[in-house]
Design a protein around this ligand. Structure first.
Ligand code: HEC
Ligand code: HEC
Length: 303
């Protein structure tokens, strides 16, 4: 319950708090004591600051004193009811964990039925529902934006989810599978097999697939290697294979940037993008809603 590491610390809190309250009380009593001679009646005190500024011995206004007593009583009652003193648990039995749990319960009461209703709906319909999109956006910001960006446009190594280019497919089932089970695209390293020049040639061929200006001779040599080594995953025409997460290499959309250097780096050393699985971490209804949100980002022709 309490995280004190030794018996010393509770007293380190109790003693100053209690002594502090008692001294405040004594201080007020003392301030109100009538002086031994004379009275508290607005007489000027002996010392003068200068000719015009004098101090009168008026009593403290009673509303002020009473407020002070009230704060002291409040402090005492509060410390009795709540756990403010060392290991004292408080008469109300309030705890942080209890508060957290009751807030969770309340949230479940409010949001449970809403999520349950979302879960009943089909992903495509849900992706067009404004309220659902807003909630989906909040979930996305919390759980996904850290990798895919708050606008879902991704960054190097983290796919853009807002375009129509998909590694694993953009239909509701594929998106849900990506989120639920995670993904791990494995692009092997080829430098050992191809050598530096071979890698360069094949990179030139890959770039030519997106209509980029390349060294024609190198690209022609690269094409042969591509047909031998790469088509099992990226397909004979380079358009990729969603079952393996092998990207389409012909559309000038790049997971790891399409600069010549980045493409050479990819082919030389390989890549291994990993999307964590969210099963067990997010419940079914949240994954369903996120699926609809992601689906809706590029709504239209999502194939
Ligand atoms: C730790 C980083 C990380 C987090 C967090 C993350 N993702 Fe991903 N996600 C990735 C990576 C990396 C890939 C690409 C995997 C690959 O290269 O094979 C990916 C792939 C995907 C894909 C497949 C994209 C395609 O083109 O087929 C979807 C859909 C997706 N993520 C959705 C989500 C959603 C929704 C969330 C939030 C619940 C999320 N991701 C959280 C890193 C992350
Ligand atoms: C075993 C299947 C497999 C083979 C064989 C393979 N790749 Fe890949 N390749 C992938 C996968 C999967 C990815 C995506 C990696 C990721 O998600 O991190 C990829 C990514 C790439 C990329 C990065 C694309 C981008 O958008 O940034 C390039 C370029 C590439 N491969 C070229 C090649 C070339 C050239 C060959 C042959 C020498 C080859 N690949 C062979 C599976 C393969």
């Amino acid at each position: 319950m309490f995280d004190f590491t030794s018996d010393f610390w509770p007293w380190f809190i109790n003693v100053p708090v209690v002594i502090g309250l008692i001294s405040m009380y004594l201080l007020i009593i003392w301030m109100q004591k009538k002086p031994e001679e004379g009275s508290l009646d607005g007489e000027p005190l002996e010392h003068k600051w200068d000719e015009t500024l004098v101090e009168l011995n008026n009593p403290m206004p009673s509303w002020w004193v009473n407020m002070f007593y009230l704060t002291l009583i409040f402090a005492a009652v509060y410390l009795l009811l709540y756990p403010g003193l060392g290991t004292w648990k408080g008469l109300l039995g309030w705890t942080q964990a209890g508060q957290y749990e009751s807030e969770l319960e309340k949230a479940e009461e409010i949001y449970g039925p809403i999520y349950a209703a979302y879960l009943e709906q089909d992903v495509v319909a849900l992706s067009e529902d404004d309220e659902a999109r807003k909630t989906g956006h909040r979930l996305f910001s919390t759980y996904c934006a850290i990798c895919h960006g708050s606008d879902a446009r991704g960054s190097r190594g983290f796919p853009n989810l807002a375009n129509e280019d998909w590694l694993y497919g953009g239909n509701p089932e594929a998106i849900k599978t990506s989120i639920t089970q995670g993904r791990n695209g494995v692009m092997p390293a080829w430098e050992q097999v191809l050598g530096k020049e071979g890698v360069f040639n094949v990179a030139e061929y890959v770039l030519s697939l997106s209509g980029r200006k390349v060294n024609e001779t190198a690209a022609r040599l690269g094409q042969d290697k591509f047909q031998q080594l790469c088509v099992s995953c990226h397909a004979a025409d380079g358009t990729g294979n969603q079952a393996l997460g092998a990207p389409n290499l012909t559309d000038n959309v790049w997971l790891y940037s399409g600069s010549q250097r980045a493409v050479i780096e990819t082919i030389s050393n390989g890549r291994s993008g990993r999307m964590p699985k969210h099963e067990g971490f997010l419940d079914e209804a949240k994954i369903h809603l996120l699926t609809a949100y992601v689906y809706g980002l590029s709504a239209g022709d999502n194939e």
